[in-house]
Design a protein around this ligand. Sequence first.
Ligand SMILES: Cc1cc2nc3c(=O)[nH]c(=O)nc-3n(C[C@H](O)[C@H](O)[C@H](O)COP(=O)(O)OP(=O)(O)OC[C@H]3O[C@@H](n4cnc5c(N)ncnc54)[C@H](O)[C@@H]3O)c2cc1C
Length: 482
Amino acid sequence: MIYDVIIIGAGITGAMTARALSRYELKLAIVEAGSDVASGATRANSAIVHAGFDAANGTLKAKLNARGCAMMPEVCAALDVPYKNNTSLVIAFGDDEENKLEELRARGEANGVEGLRIIGKDELHALEPSLSDNATAALLAPSAGIVCPYELATAACENAVVNGADFITGFKVDNIIKEENLISVCSGDKTLTARFVVSAAGCAADEIAAAAHEESFPVKIIPRRGEYMLMDKKLGSLAKATLFMLPSAAGKGVLVSPTVDNNLIIGPNAHEVEKGDTSTTSAGLDEILAGAKRLIPSIDTRSVITSFAGVRATPSTDDFYIEESASVPGLLHAAGIESPGLASSPAVAEYVKDKLVSMGLDLTERKDYIPTRRAYGHMKKHFRDMTDDEKNEAIKNDPAYGRIICRCETVTEGDIVEAIHSPLGSSSLDMIKRRTRAGMGRCQGGFCSVRVVDIIARELGVDMSEVVKDSPASRLLYGKTK
Ligand SMILES: Cc1cc2nc3c(=O)[nH]c(=O)nc-3n(C[C@H](O)[C@H](O)[C@H](O)COP(=O)(O)OP(=O)(O)OC[C@H]3O[C@@H](n4cnc5c(N)ncnc54)[C@H](O)[C@@H]3O)c2cc1C
């Protein structure tokens, strides 16, 4: 079969692009090197829908951030993904920093961000009572919000698949061959062919250009790691808005924010690393703790439930690069999609679609397009989100909803079974974790992991020892001791 478009990479850029294209009569494939959606930066980031005041005026980043932020509430509603318009505050400590807030406001207004306002100490402390006494003013961005990035990418990809796209995991593109009007995309001995190819490979954007035998790719990707600590829900109310420090050349600095699931997240720092290095270090975690305590002094490490890191695909050009390859017509690069790539993603997808049209892709709207997607669970609701009456009805219909598997996050066997049989499927412990939150709570899977593995094995008809944590090599069980 010849695809109209193959998208390389199922991060938020690839997933949103697939969804945007699935509205049309196109044969689409999304190929992903990892074993699931969101195997790169989309899995581990701050999850902020930035308002758009940070990017330099006139950049593509600035344009797509403001537009993406405006689109996000509607996209999340259509995909049934939690989104909170919790606003953001850039905090100033003293006169010098207060002057810089003005610069940020002016930049934001030129980028088209609406409602930006500088607030004084009294209003600031009334809004955020846990904030350090040393905070003197802030830039308030009313349009900023928070989402769950991997849930959003999963939902977008799922929506594309329901609308006919093929989603192929374990397909690491290592060669791209241009032949006449077609492009062959290869992974080992497997080959897929398309008229157009979109590279949305995050940190591997330059590797895709090399695989396509491009002589000179104008963007150097600098992998820059950011580390985080995630705090227990009991600290979730310490910050209501997303609290930033003033940005610097190194990035937006350490932030403190609630998550959509009511935890508190602190981080990230920014250090150059090897591609794929998502390890955390004690020095890095100390660094972000010190930054977070400057904002909220009462944060303490007793409430940390996990730490993690993500790697930014920082472009040498300091802007998103969404351009057709100079030497491989039909290949479109979406490269250098660092922060605010999540916030911008609905607008990036539109921009990619328009570029493909300018490259010759014809679009005809599908009559049977399904624009919405609903979350898993009985009545398309997770058990924990149901009312008592709904819970009773769910248990009456299917007793699996009466068996709580993850006590920390109130995830039932019914929720897990539905995630296993969802359009993208869920065959590993981490897929279930990302789809249902089983294992995301205070005990981090200490109680539920074995039970989840047991349910996956039963539902998929495999031996428990075949169920992996995440990648095919991450085995959990090796056999029986007795
Ligand atoms: C620490 C940190 C904090 C951030 N905070 C924010 C934030 O708060 N708000 C915001 O808007 N943005 C934020 N970002 C940026 C945001 O996470 C990224 O812009 C976004 O996730 C990029 O998505 P992507 O799909 O382009 O890349 P990725 O998510 O990296 O996806 C690329 C995909 O391509 C796959 N792939 C790679 N090579 C190949 C290959 N050869 N063949 C097939 N598949 C391949 C990968 O496995 C991966 O799944 C942050 C990023 C980091 C790292």
